[in-house]
Design a protein around this ligand. Sequence first.
Ligand code: ZN
Length: 137
Amino acid sequence: MQEQSKSWKFTNEKSPKKGDSKKPDPIELESCPNNGTSCKDQRAEINNRLLTSYEYFTNKQYHQSIDELKFAFEQANQLNEGTCLSCAGLFRLRIMQSLEHIHGELQNRSSSLFRSKQYKPSYEYAHTVIQEFKRQL
Ligand SMILES: [Zn+2]
């Protein structure tokens, strides 16, 4: 996993540069066996989903945020044939990282005394989807 991430640059969503009008793509093309020609559409779709998911996340709409990641994951799964297998693997890894981030946040919120009930369903949902993703990584 460590070696694979060298070929793709992951943008850290948590620290966007102030003054940047355009958001950077969560996944930027750095190297792909096909120069991105085969995985271009999926990458664009996955980047859109990741950005939307992050917006939901910052609005505390966790269910919607997780659903966006599920859609993104389905896009990555469409690359399961051809020369972009490694790209698909990295996309899935990147989506998984986002989901684990949400999961961690919900874990914190669920363990706080007053918020436990409010966020518990989302936490359980995140947990279920993580297990689904793990089976397909
Ligand atoms: Zn590719």
